[in-house]
Design a protein. Sequence first.
Length: 203
Amino acid sequence: MTIIASVEELETIYGTPGTAALVKVSDHITPEYRAWIASSSFCALATVGPEGVDASPRGDIGEVVFELNEKTLAMPDRRGNNRMDSLRNIVRDGRVALMLLTKGSSTVTRVNGRAEVSVADDLLERFAVKGQLPRSVIVIHIEEIYFQCSRAVMRAGLWDVENWPDISALPSMGQILQAQKAGDFDGEAYDKEWPERAKKSLW
């Protein structure tokens, strides 16, 4: 196995970025990027901390992140599994990256910056859904925003429903939990109860 160990070696293989790849980067939300951000209801949130890196799926009804000003985004932290991997990382190392997807489009919007976790009453109240407040709001200070090359989504056929794989034979979450607990877990009951439990705890 031959391992590349320097940027110079990488550039020998890949060359350097073209003009479009460089000029697309903005340090603030432009009118064009504003429209793309508002169109996204799902993103991956990448964080880094002492234990390593983490990527967390984030989704919401309507927008997944909201503009506070042209340099700042807010992401309500909705209910989840309470592992707090992203939040733990952010309070110790604020570096974050977002990969925002827009349904039906191969364009991916990227945001890099630094974040903090806020419990300010006005923010919590602003992002209430169905009477439920988020327990915190991730405030993201933008350093870079740009659109990603569309080829990855195109290659994956992400929105091509006709070519989606058959997932009926994949192990369920209950089966995974039961296997992890060496059988001391009722996976069938977990799977049966999950849809209703999720429905009642989305926010």
